[in-house]
Ligand binder design. Structure first.
Ligand SMILES: [Zn+2]
Length: 285
């Protein structure tokens, strides 16, 4: 007989989601304030900021569409027993538009959602590394991915990424125009622009990502785990699938495969995610 499934404590789920959104909103507000402060120096600099913003936005839109089109090279031949769980969780999540699912040839256990939850461009990918998990665990995989759509965190992370890129580019524009104003030397300004583009900008981006973006993303991974448990009414599915991921990705040999990137930079460790989910369970009566 299958073990009795845990109920989950709803208020804790909503607290985790709310805290992640609060951290994101504070970061967005502070970064916007910083940007507005340096942009508003001169009329010309705010024109540059608009231009940089438009270029970054268009570039991102192109990347999102290209990435989505690129998925079509993967197999859509998903066994019916997996599709049944996919449809079940999708319906439980209350998502009515169609979302295709692709299987990527990859021995590392991973699953991802593409397209930011926007109808027509959203898709789910799963790796062949997890094709042998049980239906109970598949529910956990899909609940986590659909939770990302339900709590709308990808919109937030997208705007944070755009803002961080704009800020990092704008800092360069600001620096170079300051030099021009002070020394009136185009050669020096050009050298400074090149130094900024190749050395300072990547460093600034890394600092902003590691310091702001990734910690907030990790909060949203906890939130997606918790909301996934809420969708299913039980934390056991997600807990069990995280344990399987741990087995495959840490000790199963997958970590030695080429292109293996540990998810622990943008995601919390699997152990931390499992213990956070354990705390959502009601005590058995
Ligand atoms: Zn996730």
């Amino acid at each position: 007989m299958a073990p009795a499934e845990s109920e989950i404590i709803r208020w804790r789920v909503f607290l985790i989601v709310a805290r992640a959104w609060l951290a994101l909103i504070i970061a967005l507000a502070l970064l916007t304030l910083l940007l507005v402060n340096i942009v508003s120096v001169t009329k010309l600099s705010s024109a540059y900021a608009w231009l940089a913003g438009c270029i970054i936005f268009l570039h991102h839109a192109k990347c999102i569409i290209a990435e989505r089109i690129g998925l079509s090279r993967y197999s859509r031949n998903i066994p019916e027993k997996i599709m049944a769980e996919f449809r079940y969780v999708k319906e439980k999540s209350g998502i009515s538009y169609s979302i295709p699912i692709y299987m990527k040839p990859d021995s590392v256990a991973r699953a991802a959602i593409y397209g930011f939850g926007i109808p027509y461009i959203s898709a789910v990918t799963v790796s062949t590394g997890i094709c042998n998990i049980t239906p109970h665990e598949w529910r956990g995989v899909f609940a986590h991915e659909f939770a990302h759509i339900k709590i709308m965190n990808s919109y937030g992370i997208l705007s944070l990424t755009l803002l961080i890129k704009l800020l990092s580019i704008y800092c360069g524009i600001f620096w170079v125009t300051e030099i021009l104003e002070f020394y009136d030397d185009y050669a020096l300004a050009t050298v400074c622009a090149i130094i900024f583009l190749y050395y300072i900008n990547p460093l600034l981006l890394a600092v902003l990502n590691y310091g702001i973006s990734f910690p907030i993303n990790r909060r949203f991974e906890y939130a997606a785990d918790a909301f996934g448990a809420y969708i299913l009414g039980s934390a056991d599915h997600v807990i069990d699938v995280l344990k399987i991921f741990k087995k495959i990705n840490h000790g199963g040999g997958a970590e030695n495969s080429p292109g293996f990137i540990p998810a622990e930079i943008t995601h919390p460790s699997l152990d931390k995610r499992i213990s956070a989910l354990e705390k959502l369970k009601t005590k058995p009566s």
